[in-house]
Write a protein that binds this ligand. Structure first.
Ligand code: TPP
Ligand code: MG
Length: 627
């Protein structure tokens, strides 16, 4: 007979989560053994307060419960926490049934697209069905077993509904496998019916002694490795595209050493930025639609694109028109990613795979003229970034590049060597493109961007999650007025939990990037900028963001210009509670350097001549697209 313990389903779940330990490699290379699940974000309702709530309260010393203000905010913070730990640790999130659960759908989709681990524990309706329909129950006329939680199925990598206690013995290890497997990694939803949460069961004791979690690092297959080596050796002008997989594999040293040993220049995707220090002579900077002229120029001339740990999404590839002449080699742990666009797959952990390649390629170097010309382009771009970010707007409204410069320089103002201790957090709007081009990342992970789901409202909640993961860093959320308005409640949570973040709001009075996209695709200015959206009888919008920040418990100030922003940031950096700094900006200027075509479909017929012209340009651009 196995020894057993009698606990409810909720108590067993919480005890299992609290028992999980992971080997965590820190950015400085140190290895720590830490709790895998650092805590549970919870908003209670009738669906989870009595069951899971009771169990969490009893274990709060081993597995802390954190209260926040919106389920989407909590789940975004949990995603950010996992990303800031390079997927080695997680936080779980629990909600009640109905709206609490469906509020988390956006975050599930975000984690799904971004390949990040997220454990969602929404409550579900009674398995007994006796009290149906309960408050907030979605009633299907035709299917008795459908609940609101079925919406999670397409946006999770593993979904299960715990209908009987024993099921947990199977479902939890499966959930853990998905969360910790580098290829499968993504969101998991375990829906917990209200009555099942409270059922008692005799659990085998060894269930609560799970094995230490270690990141798997599978090597490449010998034949694929040989094919990859042959491809690299035949290349004269190779270009690396470093994606998020480089960071998740913690392969930054392997990447630097590969690039140096073989003289291969490096470009970075949004998720991969900070894989290589910005001032490394072979770092050409951002690639793609928001890319630098150095990286995009190299992409247009390279004969082999070596994609490492990237999904090759449209922003990275200029909708696959940027490197149409090149052959493609993809080192990736995910078979579907490795096989994209009929490239040569090299299926392996990035760190292990790069090591194997270097060993097998001994003596091979890219054409020295190519390496030298890329070094030259990288240096020229670094000089240009300094110009763009230190430009003084004078009396004119600043644009995002000038604000980014002020944020960075305010670090040296307070006696730091540089802004290397900052982690910048962002997700949507004009800023991702500006930051991708202009932010200088010296340390892995100090650029935290969701440009996979590009989810407005991720920023402030994400900042909280990053701060929970990296309390020693200055977490600076740079966000547009539109994204701030979409979801800002977790600013109050950052005050409540004593996790300081600095939020810099760029108020250009509307959806600046979409306005420019609208006009760029031949459209008339419509429904984007707030002043254009006042109907008869409406009132001009005048949101006082500083007052809003203060009402949430943060210190907040509206600054006049970039000079005052710098001085207020000096104060904000020294403060211990969350800070909001608001600055008026223009939506009409962006950094003109670099960039690449992005496929946005334009109407084939329209009464507007501008749309006709944009459509012709669109068809022309499509001719360069790799098919
Ligand atoms: C949840 C969500 N809804 C809509 C969009 C589409 N979208 C992308 S950026 C943007 C406007 C962002 O405005 P703001 O944050 O003020 O940045 P700005 O472009 O003005 O700099 C919109 C509506 C999105 N990315 N996410
Ligand atoms: Mg805006």
């Amino acid at each position: 007979m196995q020894a057993s313990t009698r606990l409810t389903v909720s108590q067993a779940l919480v005890r299992y989560l609290a028992a999980l330990k992971a080997e965590v490699i820190q950015p400085d290379g140190r290895t720590d053994i830490l709790p895998y699940c650092a805590g549970v974000f919870a908003i209670f309702g009738h669906g989870n307060v009595a069951g899971l709530g009771e169990a969490l309260q009893a274990e709060k010393d081993r597995l802390p419960t954190l209260r926040a203000h919106t389920e989407q905010g909590m789940a975004n913070a949990a995603v950010a926490f996992a990303k800031a730990h390079f997927r080695q640790r997680i936080m779980a999130v629990t909600s009640s049934i109905g709206p609490g659960a469906t509020n988390m759908l956006t975050s599930a989709a975000l984690a799904h697209v971004a390949r990040l681990p997220l454990l969602l524990l929404p409550a579900d309706v009674f398995v007994s069905r006796l009290p149906d329909p309960v408050l907030q129950q979605v009633e299907s006329f035709g299917q008795g077993d459908v609940s609101a939680n079925d919406c999670f199925r397409p946006v999770t990598r593993y979904f299960d509904r715990i209908m009987a206690p024993e099921q947990l013995l199977v479902a939890l290890p499966r959930a853990l496998q998905v969360l910790t497997d580098p290829a499968q990694c993504g969101p998991v939803c375990l829906a917990l019916p209200q009555d099942v949460q409270t059922f008692a069961h005799d659990w085998p004791e060894d269930f609560f002694h799970p094995a230490l979690i270690r990141m798997r690092r599978p090597p490449a297959d010998a034949q694929e490795l040989a094919a990859a080596c042959a491809l690299l050796k035949s290349a004269k002008r190779p270009l690396i595209v470093a994606g998020g997989g480089v960071l998740y594999s913690q392969a930054w040293d392997a990447l630097r050493s590969f690039a140096q040993t073989h003289g291969v220049p490096v470009s970075e995707t949004q998720a991969g930025k900070s894989s290589l220090a910005w001032d490394h002579p072979l770092n050409l900077g951002a690639i793609g639609v928001s890319g630098s002229p150095a990286a995009n120029g190299a992409a247009e001339q390279c004969d082999l694109l070596f994609a490492i740990g990237t999904r090759l999404q449209d922003f990275t590839t200029g909708s696959h028109a940027l490197y149409a002449q090149a052959r493609l080699l993809s080192l990736n742990i995910q078979p579907l990613d490795a096989a994209k666009k009929r490239g040569q797959p090299l299926l392996a952990d990035v760190r292990t795979g790069l090591g194997q390649l270097t060993a097998a390629l001994a003596g091979w170097r890219a054409d020295p003229d190519w390496s030298a010309s890329c070094r030259h382009q990288a240096a020229a771009w670094a000089t240009r970034v300094t110009e763009l970010t230190t430009h003084d707007p004078g009396d004119a409204l600043p644009y995002d590049a000038e604000v980014i410069g002020a944020v960075r320089e305010s670090a040296t103002d307070v006696g730091l060597d540089s802004a290397d201790n900052d982690i910048v957090v962002c997700a949507a709007g004009t800023l991702p493109a500006e930051l991708h081009k202009l932010w200088r990342s010296a340390l892995p992970g100090n650029y935290h961007m969701d440009y996979a789901y590009s989810c407005m409202g991720y920023e402030v909640a994400g900042g909280l999650g990053v701060k929970l993961a990296r309390p020693e860093r200055e977490v600076i959320v740079i966000v547009g007025d539109g994204s701030y308005m979409m979801l800002n409640s977790e600013l109050a949570s950052s005050v409540l939990l004593g996790r300081k973040i600095i939020v810099v709001i760029l108020d250009n009075r509307g959806y600046g990037c979409i306005e420019r996209l609208q006009i760029g695709s031949g459209g008339a200015s419509f429904n984007n900028m707030l002043d254009d959206c006042v109907p008869e009888g409406g009132a001009r919008s005048a949101i006082d963001f500083a007052m809003h920040g203060r009402s949430m418990g943060a210190d907040a100030v509206h600054v006049r210009d970039t000079e005052e922003l710098r001085s207020e940031l000096r104060r904000a950096r020294a403060a211990s509670k969350s800070q909001v700094l608001v600055i008026n900006t223009t939506h009409q200027r962006t950094t003109g350097d670099g960039g690449a075509w992005w496929e946005v479909a334009v109407p084939e017929v329209s009464a507007r001549a501008e749309v006709g012209a944009a459509h012709r340009a669109y068809l022309q651009a499509k001719t360069r697209q790799r098919r």
